[in-house]
Design a protein around this ligand. Structure first.
Ligand SMILES: Nc1ncnc2c1ncn2[C@@H]1O[C@H](COP(=O)(O)OP(=O)(O)O)[C@@H](O)[C@H]1O
Ligand SMILES: [Mg+2]
Length: 1046
């Protein structure tokens, strides 16, 4: 019955209808052919190597498995990793992930998937990311140095690895510790057909640039190196060059310094070059075979690289110093021994380098002491190996796998059954093969194969592999049959002490399938000794890394005590590992290899059947089916799930068991699903557990919401109360302040009103004592005093009495300005009057004339301003002394007003002729200068008007009335030098004589009568424009005359 829609076969083998090996294999095959490589047995993941990239990995899938519980999605390593991680984070339980399976079954890949999943889901942040990066980057480095191509696996781990990843309480990684187990170092010097040496050698040669190669004294061609198997230097789908740069950058990420990386590569190169050191027979005088280096170049170069003289290196390789209590004896080595010594040195350098790298990585990723940690261990150990020729390495590898199977049995099968018994749960016993007997056979302290091997190694006398074999035969003859096949041992466990009958004849060491070990070199490999000469030589080297790899070479530290044998070391490290695993919650990934050819899609039932057998899958399913998936003490169970029931949450006063019963009763889980043990509750199917977990998750959400709700309410309330308090405080302050201000205002107003009222009252009271006009009187007084001051000031400050001086002091106050102005006028008039009063009648007359002239000509005639300062003198021809002219005027008419020589313009041709003009009170008389007879006498009555120009000239026309007798001849055009005076006096004379105002016209164009016609006179300003008043008259036609004033 498939669990999920669209699933192929059954996803959990526990659900198989008929549980026999055949159906189990069929189900695995069906799923494998449909690319479903993962299948569960309860919480164990079975992984069948697909030998192809499937699209079921990466961030998208990680996110998916992170969100779902174990059984909700298809089986996957991610699901297992998720369960382990969550249990670590949430239940605070240390975890271990045990990955087992044959070589090439996909263990290393599985461990990488687990690590990448955990790295993706655990905490984030700069620090955490760098830790993750370091943990993940340790893989490529360890794989380069510890993995190699084998016939079974192109990338086979040749060492065991257990990695503890350490987390803080939040589940963020802090760092880790890597433990490595027994590197297969024999591979350094020799590989099987079709296999390669460790990857790093090929990566170095392919990936190093020319400069690095030169520095390491290497050639790029792999064929030049004896330690590199010649047929298989390339692996399909593996790019050694790019892997090399990846390894270098990974080392840098982990924290290797450049110097350290260089030294590591140098040591690697030294190992490679050691393989090319050729030894040959050398002649010795005493006939004992000896050896020497054939071609000194390689030794020379190695010496240069490690900082050791080539002689010393050669000595160490080709001779051996035997030390006894008394003396030192140096013996030469024969060729075989020298080659052995060389290979031993290479193997040791390499394996110690590998250990050094692991320690160096640990240094980088180690967690500071004191930090509380939870641990997840991932075990990726070499898988069970059955080769054609199985040696010591396979022996210990398989021993380790037996031990792991033991863990599995102990923790799942045995422990489980025993627990049911302990707890008093009804149980049908499931038979399974307990491989304890095999483990015992190997590791028993006295009678185990390893113990015997150690004994044989330590035994004095001649020791060889065959003596060991003989011993094995002798010791186990009763309980084990050991078959000999040309020096090979076959250890077979007899059914001694095992009455169950499952361990019968034909079954041999190695969980159900026969493994025959070749005893050759067991002793040697177990001894794992390096001639002291070699370690001392290495210790003497200048190269710091090489030197540090051989501390026992230090003569001061050299002890005669033997180091523990390889077997004993391995046994104790396996024991530590087992202890470690037992302390953690196990999670199993059981890897299965579907075929021997690394072919995708091929499913070899036989091969899988064998693996299924020794992995005990069928028994696993059986126990699982019969048993309960989950158990937990009543106490912790109650603690975890008591929030699911109202009766147990939040308080429970009863016993743990009753509490558990209460909870499960309320959840109405069917009774078949549950069994109540003495101290524990058992839950049959994971589904029920997941249901419980889901309920708990929902309830937690509810509770979280409740807590959140209460907290939020509390927060809002306290916040509100705080705000309210503050508001009250603020408003009380505000109100107080406002009232204070208001009070201040009211008080000020009251005071003001009070002052007014009091003032008013006081004034009212006192009014009777004061005259109300006081102010007016005061104002009057003040005003008067101001006026007084003003007038007195004025008196002292009067301007001069000169009429032309018009200055006057300004009023001191604006209110006096009108008065001041009047005073000024008064003063002026007074000044003028005083001036006038001083004048004589003659001066008065002169001024009157000047006034009249001003009225007539001021602003009209250009020559007026010149005439102002010149006193009118009247007589310009010396009339007094000229009796002839005196005569001309009528005696009765009084004095001559004006006598002057004028020019008369001939109106006919414009020429001028001189005349004397006399003005009397009644007449204008014109006479020739020479003749004393008046030529023309014009009565002032007849003078109708005069026309003058506005220019500076003296031209004027005397318009006569037509009625006059002289007028018949027409008007006169005369030129006088004192035209202003002449015309003024004429004007006054006419006024006096006729009471008529003479019309004085100022114009440049006028017409005059000439005989019967009129003559148009036009006066123009000549170009000179000067102030002389020369005239040029020009007749223009008969009726017009143009006068140009020069
Ligand atoms: N999940 C997988 N997906 C794709 N290929 C795989 C997967 N697991 C294993 N392989 C292939 O099988 C080879 C051997 O796997 P590996 O993990 O190295 O085996 P082991 O460590 O058990 O010896 C890998 O190099 C890889 O090509
Ligand atoms: Mg591996």
């Amino acid at each position: 019955m498939p669990l999920l829609e669209g699933s192929v076969g059954v996803e959990d083998l526990v659900l198989l209808e008929s549980l026999v090996e055949e159906s189990l294999l069929k189900n695995l095959q069906l799923r494998y052919e449909n690319k479903e490589i993962y299948t569960y047995i309860g919480n164990v993941v079975i992984s069948v190597n697909p030998y192809q990239q499937l699209p079921i990995y990466g961030p998208e899938y990680i996110a998916k498995y992170q969100d779902y519980t174990f059984y909700e999605l298809k089986p996957h390593i991610y699901a297992l990793a998720n369960v382990a991680y969550q249990s670590l984070r949430d239940r605070d339980r240390d975890q271990c992930i045990l990955i087992t399976g044959e070589s090439g079954s996909g263990k290393t890949e599985a461990s990488k998937l687990v690590m990448s999943y955990v790295a993706a889901v655990c905490g984030k942040g700069e620090q955490v990311n760098s830790v993750k990066e370091q943990l993940l980057q340790s893989n490529p480095v360890l794989e380069a140095f510890g993995n190699a191509k084998t016939i079974r696996n192109n990338n086979s781990s040749r060492f065991g690895k257990y990695m503890d990843i350490e987390f803080d309480f939040k589940g963020s990684p802090l760092g880790g510790v890597i433990t490595n187990y027994l590197l297969e170092k024999s591979r350094v010097v020799k590989q099987l057909k079709g296999e390669r040496n460790f990857h790093i050698f090929y990566q170095l040669l392919a990936g190093a640039d020319a400069q690095l190669l030169k520095a390491l004294k290497l050639e790029r061609d792999t064929t030049g190196y004896a330690y590199l198997n010649q047929e298989a230097s390339r692996v399909d789908g593996m790019d050694d060059a790019s892997s090399f740069s990846a390894v270098q950058s990974a080392m840098a990420v982990i924290g290797f310094s450049e110097e350290e990386i260089r030294q590591v590569l140098e040591v690697t190169a030294v190992v490679l070059k050691l393989g090319n050191v050729m030894v040959a027979d050398e002649f010795q005088a005493n006939g004992i075979p000896a050896s020497g280096i054939c071609d000194g170049r390689e030794v020379q170069e190695i010496g240069e690289m490690v900082g050791l003289s080539s002689e010393e290196l050669e000595r160490a390789l080709c001779s051996r110093t035997m030390e006894t209590a008394k003396e030192k004896v140096v013996t030469a080595l024969n060729v075989m021994q020298a080659q052995y010594a060389r290979d031993a040195l290479a193997k040791n350098i390499y394996s110690r380098l590998f250990n050094w790298i692991v320690n160096r990585i640990n240094e980088s990723i180690k967690v500071g002491i004191g930090e509380k940690k939870k641990v997840m261990g991932v075990l990726d150990i070499y898988g069970f190996e059955i080769l054609e020729d199985n040696s010591f390495e396979q022996f210990v590898i398989n021993y380790c796998n037996e031990k792991l199977q033991q863990v599995f049995i102990e923790m799942t099968l045995k422990e489980e059954q025993e627990e049911y018994k302990r707890e008093g749960i009804p149980w049908t016993k499931v038979d399974y093969f307990d491989n304890g007997i095999i483990c015992n056979l190997i590791e028993h302290n006295q009678r185990g194969i390893l113990a015997m091997l150690d004994e044989e190694c330590l035994r004095p006398g001649v020791v060889s592999d065959s003596t060991f074999l003989a011993k094995l035969n002798q010791l186990f003859s009763n309980c084990f049959r050991i078959c000999h096949y040309a020096g090979k041992i076959r250890a077979q466990a007899q059914a001694e002490g095992n009455t169950g009958g499952t361990w019968g004849k034909g079954q041999v060491l190695g969980q159900g399938c026969g493994v025959t070990y070749n005893v050759t070199s067991f002793i040697d490999k177990n001894n794992d000794l390096l001639f002291r000469d070699l370690s001392q030589a290495m210790w003497k080297a200048q190269h710091p890394l090489i030197r540090s790899l051989f501390p026992e070479g230090n003569p001061k530290q050299a002890s005669l005590k033997r180091p523990p044998t390889a077997g004993a070391q391995f046994k104790s490290s396996v024991a530590i590992l087992m202890k470690n695993l037992y302390s953690k919650n196990p999670n199993y990934i059981r890897c299965i290899k579907p075929n021997e050819h690394q072919q995708r899609g091929q499913f070899s039932s036989d091969l899988v059947a064998t693996q299924a057998q020794y992995l005990g899958l069928l028994e696993n399913v059986r126990v699982r089916r019969a048993g309960y998936a989950h158990r937990q003490g009543y106490g912790p169970f109650l603690e975890r799930y008591r929030l699911l029931s109202r009766s147990t949450w939040p308080r429970w006063n009863g016993g743990d068991r009753e509490g558990v019963e209460k909870i499960l009763g309320e959840l109405s889980i069917s009774s078949g699903e549950l069994a109540f043990g003495k101290t524990k509750i058992f839950i049959r199917s994971p589904k029920t557990l997941f249901y419980l977990e889901e309920q708990r998750r929902l309830r937690l959400q509810q509770l979280a919401t409740l807590i959140q709700k209460i907290y939020r309410g509390w927060r809002c309330r306290t916040h509100y109360q705080l705000m309210r308090k503050s508001q009250i405080l603020i408003s009380s302050w505000f109100r107080g302040n406002m009232q204070k201000k208001r009070y201040g205002k009211i008080k000020a107003s009251v005071l003001l009103i009070q002052a007014f009222v009091r003032g008013w009252k006081a004034r009212k009271n006192y009014r009777k004592y004061f005259r109300s006009e006081a102010a007016l009187t005061l104002a009057d007084f003040i005003y008067k005093s101001m006026v007084q001051k003003f007038l007195l000031g004025l008196k002292n400050n009067l301007p001069s009495t000169n009429v032309l001086d018009k200055t006057w002091p300004a009023a001191p106050y604006k209110c006096f300005s009108t008065a001041n102005q009047e005073l000024r006028q008064l003063f002026y008039r007074w000044k003028c009057k005083r001036f006038r009063d001083q004048l004589s009648p003659k001066q008065v007359e002169t001024l009157r004339e000047k006034l009249c002239a001003s009225e007539l000509f001021k602003g009209k005639k250009a020559s007026y301003p010149q005439s102002v300062p010149i006193p009118f003198c009247g007589d310009y021809i010396g009339l007094q002394g000229n009796p002839k002219l005196q005569k001309l005027k009528g005696g009765e008419e009084g004095p001559v007003l004006m006598a002057e020589a004028v020019k008369k313009v001939n109106r006919g041709n414009g020429k001028t002729s001189s005349r004397i003009l006399l003005l009397t009170k009644g007449h204008v008389i014109l006479t020739d200068t020479k003749k004393s007879q008046a030529k023309t006498v014009i009565g002032l009555d007849d003078v109708a008007g005069v026309s003058v120009t506005s220019l500076k000239d003296g031209l004027f026309s005397l318009h006569l009335s037509e009625m006059s007798s002289v007028g018949s001849n027409g008007d006169f055009l005369l030129v006088s030098e004192h035209v202003i005076e002449l015309l003024t006096r004429m004007y006054r004379a006419v006024l006096d004589a006729t009471q008529r105002q003479l019309a004085v016209t100022v114009t440049e164009k006028f017409s005059m009568r000439f005989k019967e016609n009129s003559l148009a006179v036009r006066v123009v300003q000549g170009p000179a424009g000067g102030d002389n008043s020369k005239l040029r008259c020009k007749k223009k036609g008969s009726h017009s005359l143009e006068v140009t004033v020069q």
